[in-house]
Design a binder for this molecule. Structure first.
Ligand code: EPZ
Length: 419
């Protein structure tokens, strides 16, 4: 197993290019199951989760050719409709095959994802929506067994704006008979991109990005030809890296509109953020201001940036209150930050972070994807050496992060852990 070693205390400088967005590439690649023929999805990042998608598409029978960040997927011959437990438990987004398979083939068998480090993460809202569209859903030995001759358009109200639920039902509704209305839908940029790609395939999706999405079903879709947008969470992570090291970094390729909440909080913390043609330039503050954040569905402050922002607040000049409203168990990074000398007290889903003068390097352990990013950021700012283990979590969502950080002047390397 690999670990990452960081010698902290260096100010980051220079330019870093953002990769394609993981949380957009996943639904886009699964959307290829909606239509036969050769699809092309470009700017796909090299990540462990993308490898899992590739495996799953092949298991279902799709022909997949991967070259330089481009996927050519031919989903004409689907031989299986089963997403096996072994894959789904490693990547819960695999449940996004449910909508496309059910809509196109009238049958899907998908393992229930089970629990996750950051929360229970049920998929009840996905299933409720598919049932409203006429699907027969049964649970069988840990699998969702779903069948429908042809899905019917329906009006569906989400109890909460679920990203995965909105994506699954948008894909299902694209081939349904009649019109589907999704109310209290998620508004994340990834939803807009999926709608754009579906419309390129001949679907009729309107209102994506608002809380009401209307999908008029069509009988058939054509192959997709689409390039994945930049990863706003990877970009946000580099913005915090510039701030926490008091550095000066140009994040190239980022779309500022996707990160308004983060940009305003970083400015409140004293960072200077300049929008330019090539991206965003972030100059870290000499004195980091302590600010409060509350995570919420988009356009609120992204939960996927909470851990990274907490790392920054550990060095704030005062006290910061961080409230996690989206997931019930997303403070796993706190214990590890405390091992580095951070002063954090958790009460329910609120963390009170009292800023300290400096962090101390230490051996720490990653527990989930964004928690691992926050430990890397803390290590960049800490005195001495930090060793982050269990970085397979990091590799799920960050493409060559240590190379990119080294390119900005960080002293960071990946090493094999002795067996
Ligand atoms: C997506 O997960 C992202 N993953 C997550 O990013 C992100 O944290 C999350 O959206 C919120 O922004 C991908 O896009 C692959 P949800 P998803 O359905 O779709 C509850 C990362 O770090 N809920 O919007 O699973 C759920 O438990 C990952 O890249 C139900 O109760 O998130 C959670 O508390 C982590 N019932 C809340 O809604 C349901 O049927 C939001 O979940 C569905 C969800």
């Amino acid at each position: 197993m690999d670990k990452i070693i960081i010698h902290g205390g260096r100010r980051l400088k220079g330019e870093v290019q953002v990769s394609g967005a993981k949380n957009s590439a996943l639904p886009l690649l699964f959307a290829t199951l909606l239509a036969s023929g050769k699809h092309r999805v470009a700017n796909v990042p090299h990540l462990r989760d993308i490898n899992t998608v590739e495996k799953l598409l092949r298991i279902l029978g799709a022909d997949v050719v991967r070259e330089n960040g481009s996927f050519a997927v031919d989903a004409s011959e689907i031989r299986s409709v089963e997403a096996p437990y072994d894959l789904v438990r490693t990547m819960r987004a695999s449940v996004l095959v449910l909508g496309p398979l059910l809509a196109r083939l009238g049958h899907a068998r998908v393992s229930l994802p089970g629990g996750c480090a950051i929360g229970a993460r049920p998929i009840g809202l996905h299933l409720k929506g598919l049932e409203a569209m006429g699907a027969k859903i049964a649970l069988d030995h840990g699998y969702v067994e779903a069948r429908a001759k042809r899905l019917q358009g329906a009006r569906i109200y989400f109890d909460l704006p679920t990203v995965g639920g909105t994506e699954n039902l948008m894909m299902a509704a694209a081939l349904a008979k009649g019109t589907t209305v999704l109310e209290n839908a998620a508004r994340e940029p990834e939803i807009l991109e999926l709608a754009e790609a579906l419309n390129k395939m001949g679907a009729r999706v309107e209102g994506a990005g608002s809380d009401t999405v209307v999908i008029e079903g069509v009988d058939e879709l054509r192959p997709m030809d689409h390039a994945v947008m930049p990863d706003r969470i990877e970009a946000g992570t580099f913005m915090v890296a510039a701030a926490i090291t008091r550095g000066d970094v140009l994040i190239a390729g980022v779309i500022p509109d996707h990160l308004e909440a983060l940009i305003s909080k970083l400015k409140e913390a004293g960072a200077e953020i300049l929008e330019g043609e090539r991206g965003l330039r972030v100059k870290g503050p000499r004195k980091i201001g302590s600010v409060n954040i509350k995570t919420n569905p988009h356009p609120g402050f992204p939960t996927d940036m909470q851990a990274q922002f907490m790392a920054l607040m550990t060095l704030g000049a005062g006290t910061s209150i961080i409230t996690e409203n989206v997931f019930e168990n997303r403070f796993m990074h706190v214990c590890e930050l405390q091992r580095m000398g951070a002063d954090i007290v958790i009460e329910g889903h609120t963390a009170t972070v009292k800023g300290v003068k400096g962090l101390l390097g230490a051996p720490v352990m990653a527990t989930d994807l964004r928690a691992s990013a926050s430990l890397i950021l803390a290590g960049l700012a800490a005195d001495n050496t930090t060793e982050v283990s269990r970085i397979y979590h990091l590799d799920r969502g960050y493409e060559r992060i240590e190379d990119k950080l080294r390119g900005l002047g960080a002293s960071i390397e990946r090493v094999k852990e002795p067996m």
